[in-house]
Write a protein of this length. Structure first.
Length: 268
């Protein structure tokens, strides 16, 4: 995988104003991203670049390779936790998310990031150094697996001398890659900005709560450079309850539509 390490948008566009869309992490709450894409489609807002971290990388990758919001909605409704993980014997994590990569390959084939019709960046973290890793070249499925490998739950992805884990550790809502790619206006989707964490039901949710709550403060600082922040109130939903996906998707849509509509009217 060819990797770049980081340092720390269609009909709506003005002639020299390119739009970037950043999709953040948040486990099952990532279904809200599909609702945001639905609102963008209805308002004819088309990004020129897309970036993603964790579950946001999964949605961003599929979108960058031409999957429509309605196709993503069907996929989100059909997925199950068992589709995304599998037991593995490893000292680094309880589960392997190889099936996650297999889903990407089944839907897209053996694609490379640099071949995406919509320029794509995927953010991961090298757990050996703590540095952000921005992937703009290389195998898409491997990049998505790396970006969504939650430490302690999923086994890291080995790449050269690096152990790649969830990008939420370094940039949960990946705005900086969009700036580097040339985006002049940035829309970001922060799944955790208004989220109230629940009492954990088991080890997985305990780790997720600790993981995401620790990262939320720095994420709020990082997204200050966005032109539009969409942060749906997803407090009523669990990070792991797949049965709530239709409601999460609708919540994302309802939160995004008025904000995007007002933003578009300001630009016109």
């Amino acid at each position: 995988m060819d990797i770049q390490k980081g340092q720390t948008a269609g009909s709506l566009k003005e002639p020299e104003s390119r739009i970037g869309l950043a999709l953040g992490g948040g486990a099952v709450l990532g279904a809200a991203h599909v609702g945001v894409l639905k609102a963008m489609h209805e308002l004819d807002i088309r990004p020129d670049f897309v970036s993603g971290t964790s579950i946001g990388s999964f949605i961003a990758a599929l979108y960058a390779f031409g999957k429509r919001w309605d196709e993503l909605e069907t996929l989100a409704r059909e997925l199950d936790w068992s589709d995304l993980s599998g037991l593995t014997i490893s000292g680094y994590g309880l589960l392997s998310n190889r099936k996650f990569g297999d889903i990407v390959k089944r839907l897209l084939g053996s694609c490379r990031i640099e071949d995406a019709p919509l320029p794509l960046a995927i953010v991961s973290t090298d757990i050996c150094t703590g540095r952000k890793v921005v992937m703009r070249r290389g195998d898409v499925a491997m990049a998505v697996m790396a970006s969504s490998s939650i430490p302690g739950i999923f086994r890291p992805v080995e790449c050269r001398s690096m152990l790649l884990v969830d990008g939420v550790l370094t940039e949960n809502v990946p705005i900086s890659p969009l700036v580097d790619m040339g985006a002049e206006r940035i829309i970001c989707v922060d799944l955790l900005g208004m989220h109230t964490f629940r009492r954990p039901e088991h080890m997985a949710t305990l780790l997720l709560n600790a993981f995401y709550s620790a990262m939320r403060a720095i994420s709020q600082i990082q997204i200050q450079g966005a032109d539009l922040v969409i942060s749906p109130d997803l407090s009523g939903f669990s990070l792991v309850d797949m049965s709530a996906v239709p409601e999460i998707l609708e919540t994302g849509y309802r939160a995004a539509y008025p904000l995007l509509k007002a933003w578009k009217e300001q630009l016109e």
